[in-house]
Design a protein around this ligand. Structure first.
Ligand code: ASP
Ligand code: MG
Length: 426
């Protein structure tokens, strides 16, 4: 294992000049002195920049004048740079270069491939933010290198959801490791990669965590830390469960399970490469960098310490039965699943009985209308809207009694570690 750690700073942690100053503080506070561990610093676009660039991209395809929107993105970044650097123009130069490149990009004619053009524009969020962060670290006396992620991470050309080509990425990773022989920090964009031939790709929204995992895997890093504005991973959404507590440690496997049930923790894509090489993942608060936070690693000893609650709101329970009271059998299910796949409907829970099949899905009026229309000829379809799907991992009887007392339960599924309840909030 190399003496390298990967840090990831998301949009909220670089949303303004003070936030960028705080990134420096985090790097300084967590420095261990002599024999210092080298750090790869993965940075997202600042604040809501990715959303703004997405809006610009859509507006371009709607043939709208995007100049005012571009001006806003420029204004946001130049204001942050001015706050950080004052009149020291030299430090702002790399940022100006990126802003100019972004402006040129929007003047390019559209290719007609919506997703391809999206990646060519939206990548600027990360390119600009890293230009600023890197310049600020250098000004502050840190030995930092700016790395273009597109020289490191190679992917296919599935735009907006590119798949990593691990083999072709190793060369870039080696170059990155070489840079870290001379520098202490390598500042690199999250989310963006290269699809070859000067074409940019992206790894999907919120993809910067995945970037951190990819780099950690390829560099054999000692650990990954995702810096957040929360103290770590919580066992529930505190907006819904006021007595949510932090999970001090969970296994990779548990993190993947929680994500599957809908916890907005860490994307399974992020966990997998780390699990494969047994690289520990820390989730820590950038406001309190010396606090422990949550550790995600191989050991499952603490997975069952506290129950975790995951709520999916605005769910629909659909029940499909045969019109002639014949059994619902494999043939019916195959037809049904073909329709679901064709419509891109995701099923969160399902259950079958002799003459009916029930499923829970998000309330997407447009898709559901099509689903009902497709089924009506052969089946009787009933549905209940406005429901919540509550999943409790590592439940106890006491927890279950408490949670079901306050709600009307329409459907319940229990396994050894997990209970899932389809409920109507009273
Ligand atoms: N900036 C990208 C997004 O907002 C990637 C990320 O932040 O992880 O989705
Ligand atoms: Mg983000």
């Amino acid at each position: 294992m190399k003496n390298i750690e990967v840090y990831k700073f998301g949009g909220a942690s670089v949303k303004d000049a003070d936030a960028v100053r705080n990134v420096l503080r985090v790097l300084q506070r967590t420095a261990t002195g002599k024999g210092e561990v080298k750090k790869v610093v993965v940075v997202s676009a600042m604040g809501k920049t990715t959303n703004a660039l997405e809006a610009i991209h859509r507006a371009r395809y709607n043939r709208q004048d995007v100049r005012p929107m571009i001006a806003e993105v420029k204004q946001l970044h130049t204001a942050i740079a001015h706050d950080l650097f004052g009149d020291r123009e030299e430090a702002k130069k790399p940022m100006y270069a990126m802003l100019d490149a972004m402006t040129e990009q929007v003047q390019e004619p559209l290719s007609g491939d919506f997703d391809r053009d999206y990646d060519q524009l939206v990548c600027y969020g990360e390119l600009i933010s890293t230009a600023i962060v890197h310049a600020f670290l250098c000004e502050s006396g840190l030995k930092s290198a700016w790395i273009d992620a597109r020289q490191v991470i190679r992917t296919d050309q599935r735009f907006r959801d590119a798949r990593v080509d691990w083999n072709r990425s190793t060369q870039g990773a080696q170059a990155l490791a070489d840079v870290l022989e001379k520098k202490d920090f390598a500042v690199i964009q999250g989310f963006i990669a290269s699809g070859g031939l000067g074409v940019t790709t992206t790894l999907g929204r919120e993809g910067s965590d995945f970037t951190a995992a990819i780099l950690a895997f390829m560099l054999d890093a000692k650990s990954v830390t995702i810096w957040k504005d929360v103290p770590g991973m919580l066992n529930a959404d505190p907006k819904i469960f006021p007595d949510a507590v932090m999970l001090p440690s969970i296994s990779y496997r548990e993190a993947i399970e929680l994500a599957y049930y809908g916890a907005s923790v860490i994307h399974p894509k992020t966990v997998k490469p780390l699990q494969n090489k047994n690289i520990p993942l820390h989730i820590r608060s950038f406001l309190n960098p010396l606090a422990d936070g949550t550790l995600v690693y191989a050991d499952a000893a603490h997975d069952a310490d506290v129950p975790s609650y995951i709520c999916k709101r605005d769910q629909v329970l659909i029940s499909v039965s045969t019109r002639d009271f014949s059994f619902v059998v494999e043939d019916n299910l195959r037809d049904l699943f073909e329709i679901l796949v064709a419509l891109g409907i995701r099923i969160h829970l399902m259950e079958n009985s002799a003459i009916s099949f029930s499923m829970v899905t998000d309330h997407d009026a447009y898709k559901l209308e099509k689903l009902y229309a497709a089924l009506q000829a052969q089946y009787e379809v009933r549905y209940n809207e406005g429901l919540t799907l509550l999943t409790i991992r590592h439940y106890t009887e006491a927890v279950l009694t408490r949670e079901t007392a306050a709600r009307e339960v329409l459907l319940e599924q229990r396994s050894r570690h997990t209970v899932r309840l389809v409920v109507r909030e009273k």
